[in-house]
Design a binder for this molecule. Structure first.
Ligand SMILES: [Zn+2]
Length: 381
């Protein structure tokens, strides 16, 4: 086991370097600084006042309507209800989508559950829901290259039923392209304790194909925590929350969970007075920073700069095909080489600005596209 662990560790370090080397971004910082302590505080109070959110209760339905009204008030229009049944009663996941400008069909998912067990669930998971709402509020007007889905799952407490339903009925049938999923569940901490550390969770479960990628994103998440909040981080493993159905489908997951574990969740005393609102506020700042980074937020001036490079290549990583979009009519040909420099494809460039090339026949790995005296690295999945 030690040998395996060392190998895993080396892989993690090697694959981490590009994502891990991020530094503080002034634009992202300016958005994080708009995170409101009062918004978090009000969300927690309102969620507590909504009551015990179990299946079949008015409180659960009222919370769904409360969530819809919040997202609507922030300016979101793409709001979907995903209906499923638990114990012969309808339950509803709420999915709010923000469209990306460059990779509209590739999603960063930020999720948490809004159902509760026994108590009002102000920590479990009012804390996560409060953070997701504040993240959605501040990102609504921000351009991001990747699309974002804010997903509020129901029936997590009875066995991840809402997230299993979504994976089996949406993610798998529509082959949803997920860049990374960030799950936030129970991040309230314990009032009266020093809550200065957040646990960043990575995938250590089977299937393991994406565990290295998960470790990489979790390192990136931890770095965002350090850059955009005053919290310290600890890396641990993901378990028992809505990211698990996604990891079972080999999606890349990461998560946030409180370091000082509250004894109140799943009891009638899961109340705001027993958690640390300032801790939730700091985690909200970290989440906003990480969401901006994962979805690649940018200022319009950055795009103008980027347009000077005359093309964009997407998706990347890619599976079946890759598209190159040119700003000017291209000439010459596209040459593709593998990592050893061997040519694997040669195709003429037509005089149209958007051209798609099949890469379905290629083995998984890293390739280089050469055209117009440019070289672009792509990953075939
Ligand atoms: Zn929970």
């Amino acid at each position: 086991m030690k040998v395996l662990y060392s190998f895993f560790f080396i892989c993690t370090v090697l694959f981490s370097t590009s994502n891990y080397a991020q530094s503080y971004d002034n634009y992202y910082g300016s958005i994080v600084n708009q995170c409101s302590y009062d918004s978090i505080d009000i969300h927690l109070t309102e969620l507590e006042n909504l009551g015990v959110k179990e299946i079949g209760t008015a409180a659960l339905d009222n919370t769904l309507n409360w969530l819809i009204s919040k997202y609507t008030s922030y300016g979101y229009t793409n709001i979907e209800i995903d209906t499923f049944t638990y114990s012969s009663t309808n339950a509803y996941n709420l999915i709010v989508t923000k469209q990306g400008t460059v990779y509209p069909n590739t999603y960063v998912i930020v999720d948490g559950h809004y159902d509760t067990k026994t108590g009002t669930g102000t920590n479990d998971n009012g804390s996560g829901i409060s953070i997701i709402l504040e993240t959605a509020r501040l990102l609504q007007n921000v351009d991001t290259k990747y699309s974002i889905k804010f997903i509020n799952f129901s029936q997590e407490e009875v066995g991840l039923v809402g997230s299993w339903h979504y994976v089996n009925n949406t993610v798998i049938p529509s082959n949803l392209d997920i860049k990374v999923l960030l799950n936030i569940d129970e991040v309230g901490g314990v009032n009266g304790m020093v809550n200065n550390t957040i646990v960043c969770e990575r995938d250590e479960s089977n299937p393991s194909a994406n565990n290295v990628a998960s470790a990489n994103y979790t390192d990136t998440l931890a770095n965002c925590v350090s850059l955009y909040s005053n919290l310290q981080t600890e890396i641990s493993y993901a378990y028992s929350s809505d990211y698990m159905p996604f990891q079972s489908n080999n999606e890349i997951i990461t998560g946030l969970f409180e370091k000082n574990q509250s004894p109140h969740p799943h009891t009638s005393t899961d109340l705001k007075i027993y958690l640390d609102v300032n801790y939730v506020y700091e985690i909200a700042k970290a989440t906003i920073g990480a969401s901006l980074y994962f979805a690649v937020a940018y200022l319009t001036t950055d795009v103008e700069q980027e347009n000077k490079s005359n093309f964009s290549v997407y998706p990347n990583p890619a599976k079946g095909s890759i598209t190159i979009e040119f700003n000017q009519t291209p000439i010459g040909q596209l040459k593709m080489t593998d990592i050893a420099g061997k040519q694997v494809k040669l195709a003429p460039l037509n005089s149209i600005k958007k051209q798609t090339f099949s890469i379905a026949e290629l083995a998984k790995g890293i390739y280089f596209l050469n055209f117009n005296n440019q070289t672009v690295k792509i990953v075939k999945e």
